[in-house]
Design a binder for this molecule. Structure first.
Ligand SMILES: Nc1ncnc2c1ncn2[C@@H]1O[C@H](COP(=O)(O)OP(=O)(O)O)[C@@H](O)[C@H]1O
Ligand SMILES: [Mg+2]
Length: 94
């Protein structure tokens, strides 16, 4: 299985981010607190519905926003699958 792309909206420090991953190795580099681990958290959340840090939804949603969207496209056995997660500060997950 490979992760082909992750699209984030109001997730942690990202208001809007769309990353297409190379099918081989990806290296995330940047300064401290730039959001590298947040991208890994989005990938983990897409696969497990949970934060690897045990964070609650309202801590994951960007400060001062009420909702967050994560769209992940994975490829497995030559088929693409899309995972959509919608986090809300109030009400159930969709
Ligand atoms: N809910 C949130 N809304 C906005 N920014 C956030 C939120 N949660 C964490 N951050 C920011 O994310 C940054 C840390 O991102 P992180 O992925 O841990 O960085 P690193 O690149 O060091 O791995 C910090 O600047 C922190 O303020
Ligand atoms: Mg980190």
């Amino acid at each position: 299985m490979i992760i082909k792309s992750i699209e984030l909206e109001n997730f942690r420090n990202y208001e809007s981010l769309n990353i297409n991953f190379d099918e081989h190795t990806t290296i995330l580099f940047g300064d401290n607190a730039q959001g590298k681990t947040n991208i890994l958290e989005a990938a983990y959340l897409s696969g497990t519905t949970k934060s690897h840090k045990g964070s609650r939804d309202k801590e994951i949603i960007k400060f001062d926003k009420n909702e967050s969207h994560i769209k992940t496209i994975i490829s497995k056995n030559d088929r693409d699958y899309q995972i959509d997660i919608h986090l809300k500060k109030i009400g159930p997950r969709v």
